[in-house]
Design a protein around this ligand. Structure first.
Ligand code: COA
Length: 331
């Protein structure tokens, strides 16, 4: 499936007016993780294959809802808005606290909102790009003026801690952006492209769910195959974004990619001829936070002053499904 936003241009465009993020209190270096979970692995193996040095993991009262709430509140503060200004909340997650109500409406309540609507989107590590696309489309169609789009994951709760080939790769966290109607031509979200190929669903999946007889919940991945598809499909999604907007790779000022593996990120930067200082990397400190990774990275680069208003930012992600996509934004 490919969805080209240009064809549904009905209302005004959406721009990003606030960003926020939240990480669990506890961080584990590779060595600390190996010791905590008694894993037969090494800092050297994890670092050289993925670029990961540490990850945050929830503990105590930390949940998907609490992290998402904190990220959303920070995005509101950053935008200088209050919860009363928000018409909708869209949350990308594969790890909600409950099957329902959605994380979105739990966050709505936590923010003290008495208005609006909310729902969750499930597209694994591409979830944020999917949720952003939905939010952008709803703003363009005039259904909402301001939408909080959140990516949040607590993958630590669905990892098999005896499977060293997967459990070292992921971390927990949340990131949020506040979208607002009113972007003019050439501003805000310029284009989004979504894709999925369900025939590749068994390359990366979570075995089990509440409705499933096995009752066993654990993430499974064919790492090499996923890597191969990531390189090919992300390159195609990036080309599509550039072509739609009549741009070249060198026109991109910042790449804020999904943070799964430094080797994949470096490959994409090379393809765009982007110097490494123009690529926002957090995988070293956050590991793969799935749907949360892009807004977490965006928040970091906006707050430390790297990404400024008017900059052209490319986002891309691939995840379980397989799902993948891209978004091009003029900040
Ligand atoms: N520590 C030490 N050794 C490990 C290990 C770990 N944590 N995990 C696996 N190994 C071992 C394997 O058992 C295997 O040993 P063997 O050769 O004796 O059988 C060896 O390391 C190589 O494993 P392999 O899976 O082939 O490694 P790789 O080079 O493909 O790297 C990934 C593995 C997961 C890092 C890599 O495939 C990857 O990044 N894939 C993409 C993942 C991704 O992006 N997923 C998310 C998409 S959202």
């Amino acid at each position: 499936m490919a969805q080209d936003k240009q064809s549904q241009d009905k209302g005004t465009g959406a721009r990003l007016i606030g960003v926020g993020s939240a990480l669990p209190r506890r961080a584990f270096s590779n060595d600390e993780l190996a010791a905590e979970f008694n894993l037969d692995t090494s800092d050297e193996w994890i670092r050289t294959r993925t670029g990961i040095q540490q990850r945050h993991i929830v503990s105590g009262d930390e949940t998907a809802v609490s992290l998402a709430h904190m990220a959303a509140q920070r995005a509101l503060d950053h935008a200088g808005r209050t919860a009363e200004d928000v018409d909708a909340i869209i949350v990308a997650t594969s790890t909600p606290d409950q099957v329902f109500p959605s994380v979105a409406v739990r966050v709505q309540a936590a923010l003290g909102m008495e208005q609006g609507f909310g729902f969750d989107v499930s597209a694994a590590c591409s979830g944020f790009v999917y949720a952003l696309t939905v939010g952008d489309s709803m703003i363009r169609s005039g259904q909402a003026k301001r939408i909080m789009v959140i990516g949040v994951e607590v993958f630590s709760r669905l990892l098999d801690w005896e499977d060293r080939s997967t459990c070292v790769l992921f971390g927990d966290g949340a990131g949020a952006v506040l979208l607002e109607a009113g972007a003019g031509e050439g501003e805000g979200i310029l284009s989004t492209h979504l894709h999925a190929d369900g025939r590749l669903g068994d390359l990366l999946y979570v075995d089990g769910a509440v409705g499933c007889a096995s009752g066993k919940v654990a993430l499974k991945m064919h790492g090499r195959e996923v890597f191969r598809h990531a390189v090919v499909n992300l390159a195609a999604a990036v080309d599509e974004a550039l072509e739609t907007n009549g741009l070249k790779g060198t026109d991109i000022q910042w790449m804020v990619p999904h943070q799964a593996n430094l080797r994949i990120i470096d490959g994409m930067a090379k393809k765009l001829s982007l110097p490494s200082e123009r690529v926002v990397v957090t995988v070293d400190r956050h590991a793969n936070t799935s749907a949360a990774s892009i807004p977490l990275a965006l928040d970091e680069a906006v707050r430390d002053g790297r990404i400024k208003q008017g900059d052209l930012v490319l986002m891309e992600a691939l995840g379980g499904g397989l799902t993948w996509g891209s978004a091009l934004i003029r900040m």
